[in-house]
Design a protein around this ligand. Structure first.
Ligand SMILES: *[C@@H]1O[C@H](CO)[C@@H](O)[C@H](O)[C@H]1NC(C)=O
Ligand SMILES: *[C@@H]1O[C@H](CO)[C@@H](O)[C@H](O)[C@H]1NC(C)=O
Length: 515
């Protein structure tokens, strides 16, 4: 199998060589690069990992090797202790492999602990749970679960997102979150290697204080080595209703009403202008009934948001989408970011010829950016998800219009359960929130990315909101503490001796820590 790895690394090395030497060309012809280097490399990579995970599944090697791999993590931590705790620790996953848009600078100076845990361990139909290793990807889990009739209640769409490090220790959200909450709320139990090398299991019943402090802790309390998550029975299709709305008031009202309606299994909104949006609601179903089947996941099908946009004027409409294709509806267009990488990517000719290789891996895309290209993007683009109480949606949309003027905007409702960890409602009861996602180039005149983002962060802070931490954050340390409840986290940092072992969350996620 190493031949695959050689081909991938050759392509990527070529890519890096080209960037160094033909930088100008790449900035202006990024698509060329994407089509001829990144997409083939991504394809081979995906095939390699697909074959690997099928083999692991067939031979059922993951459960037996799991113990050994956990011991290996423990051994590395003990070695770190023995060598006098020279630096703090972090996971040794190369930055380019991670999905967040920034590379972590701290990886260079900290002791890298290699956590080579990336498989599904077991599905327990009786308990309705799946036990997975932390680096298992969303794509692996949905393929595995859906093939045996189960699914995660929340499936963030990009295949490459990792469950443990990314979604549970960070944050994960999807259009079913108005029912089930964030990914963290699916967690039944977690197994953690602590700073003294010991393995501890935690859940709502044992070590619940640690359990509640884990979400959003980004690996700063210990190394996650296994996670057990709730699952639900899958159905074959999602019956989706597209409802175009054409006034500001209607956007707010329809979206809020649908988000509160528990009969909807899925709710999301795409806002195309201050007064135009399509609000989508979906239900799980096994039968098509009289509705049309639309296999939006097929390689030649248009990007999902483009499809939705056509319904602004041609809707309302009802259609059925196969479940897995629904989950991954935004994958091909990377929401709408593919537009900036391959401007003609949604052209039918392109789709029929190259569509099956789309999208290139986000982690590979990052390789094509040298410092000046990154700075350029940073100056003209924004990639942010802001989580706000749904009652503030009118002010928030006005604010986004005034400061950014960026469309489409992604609206995804979620229920934020009361709790004691990093993120919970300020009021002591469950509260409906909305994730507003802005990805792309703001159209506002004289856009200044730093100033705009600072204003946005302050708006979110004032309105009891939260910033997702995979993207740039300029929050000061005080603001960060104001936004995220550190009380339980700090108790756990003290209890499990994290001070000289792991950085604080703030030091991992603020802008200065990432390049
Ligand atoms: C990155 O590429 C750009 C594109 O032309 C080039 O002008 C610049 O010098 C490069 N920057 C670095 C730091 O290599
Ligand atoms: C860590 O190192 C210290 C000092 O070398 C030692 O006293 C302690 O027992 C070690 N801890 C573990 C868990 O091995």
């Amino acid at each position: 199998m190493s031949i695959w790895l050689i081909i991938i690394s050759t392509l990527l090395t070529l890519a890096v060589f080209c960037i160094k030497n033909f930088g100008y060309f790449i900035v202006n012809f990024r698509w060329f690069f994407a089509i001829f280097f990144l997409m083939p490399a991504s394809l081979i990579y995906n095939i390699f990992y697909y074959v690997r995970s099928r083999l692991v599944f067939k031979l059922n090697t993951a459960p037996t090797r799991h113990h050994e791999k956990v011991l290996n993590v423990q051994r590395q931590v003990l070695e770190w202790n023995k060598s006098g705790k020279q630096t703090l620790m972090c996971t040794g996953r190369p930055g380019w492999k991670a999905m967040s848009i920034r590379e972590a600078r701290y990886k260079l100076i900290y002791t890298n602990i290699h956590v080579d845990l990336m498989d599904v361990l077991e599905v327990d139909a009786e308990k309705k749970s799946v036990r997975v290793e932390p680096l298992v990807s969303m794509g692996q889990v949905t393929t595995h679960l859906n093939s045996i009739g189960w699914t995660l209640p929340i499936v963030p769409e990009l295949d490459d997102l990792t469950i443990g490090c990314g979604l549970v220790m960070g944050v994960g959200i999807e259009s079913s979150s108005h029912k089930y909450g964030l990914m963290q709320h699916l967690l039944i139990s977690a197994e953690i290697v602590l700073s003294d090398g010991s393995l501890i299991k935690c859940s709502q019943l044992e070590n619940s204080d640690l359990f509640n402090a884990l979400p959003w802790s980004h690996g700063t309390l210990g190394f996650l080595v296994a996670a057990e998550l709730r699952i639900i029975p899958a159905k074959r299709y999602v019956r989706i209703h597209y409802k175009p709305v054409h006034s500001f008031k209607e956007i707010i009202e329809t979206f809020t009403k649908e988000s509160q309606n528990q009969k909807n299994d899925f709710v999301e909104g795409l806002v195309f202008s201050p007064n135009d949006a399509v609000i989508m609601t979906g239900t799980l179903t096994d039968s098509l009934g009289h509705d049309q089947l639309n296999e939006i996941g097929r390689y030649y099908k248009p990007w999902f948001y483009k499809h939705v946009e056509t319904l602004l004027n041609n809707g309302p409409k009802v259609e059925c989408i196969p479940l897995r294709q629904y989950y991954h509806r935004h994958t091909k267009g990377l929401f709408w970011q593919m537009q900036d990488i391959i401007p003609f990517g949604n052209n039918p000719i392109f789709r029929y010829i190259f569509g099956w290789m789309v999208p290139p891996k986000v982690s590979f895309l990052k390789l094509t950016q040298n410092k000046s290209i990154k700075d350029l993007y940073e100056k003209h683009q924004i990639i942010q998800d802001m989580l706000l109480p749904i009652t503030t949606l009118p002010q928030a949309l006005e604010f986004f219009q005034k400061e950014l003027e960026i469309y489409p905007l992604w609206l995804c409702p979620f229920i934020l359960f009361d709790g004691s960890g990093f993120v919970h409602p300020k009021t002591k009861e469950d509260q409906l929130y909305v994730d507003i996602g802005a990805y792309g180039a703001p159209k506002i005149k004289n856009y200044n990315s730093y100033e705009a983002l600072r204003k946005l962060e302050k708006f979110v802070l004032c309105n009891n909101g939260f910033q997702m931490l995979y993207a740039d954050s300029y929050l000061t340390r005080e603001e960060f503490h104001q936004m995220f409840d550190h009380r339980q986290y700090e108790q756990m940092r003290a209890k499990y001796k994290c001070e000289n072992a792991f950085p604080e969350v703030y030091d991992k996620v603020n802008r200065k820590a990432r390049s």
